[in-house]
Design a protein around this ligand. Sequence first.
Ligand code: 5GP
Ligand code: ZN
Length: 115
Amino acid sequence: MHDPDCIFCKIVRGEIPADVVYEDDDVLAFKDISPQAKIHTLIIPKTHIPTLNALQEEHDALAGKLLRAAAKVAKIHGVEEDGYRTVINTNADAGQVVFHVHVHVMGGQPLRKMG
Ligand code: 5GP
Ligand code: ZN
């Protein structure tokens, strides 16, 4: 499923360019356009799912692939041992701005502790 107006669906369709880090049949990983750390890559499902709240049981395998892709991306960037942060923002209080679910992978430097 694709949302014609969704910016990340446009990246999946190749209508907007992206610096792709990793891709398989189900997920796409590309560098964040406005990086918040030396390494900042986003992993998205190729199908349009707006937020984590919309994940259904039918997406269980896909959710696992997203997390495993995050670890693959960390390895591609060479930060799997030094460490990295994975974040999924959901709705307003978390500051979600793109409503196509995505996992942030940030690293390449010490990150400020959260919470
Ligand atoms: P959110 O706040 O929704 O969790 O994060 C959305 C992220 O997408 C932001 O970090 C933002 O910089 C990134 N982003 C927004 N538009 C684009 C785009 O067109 N290309 C890329 N590569 N990243 C984008
Ligand atoms: Zn989308």
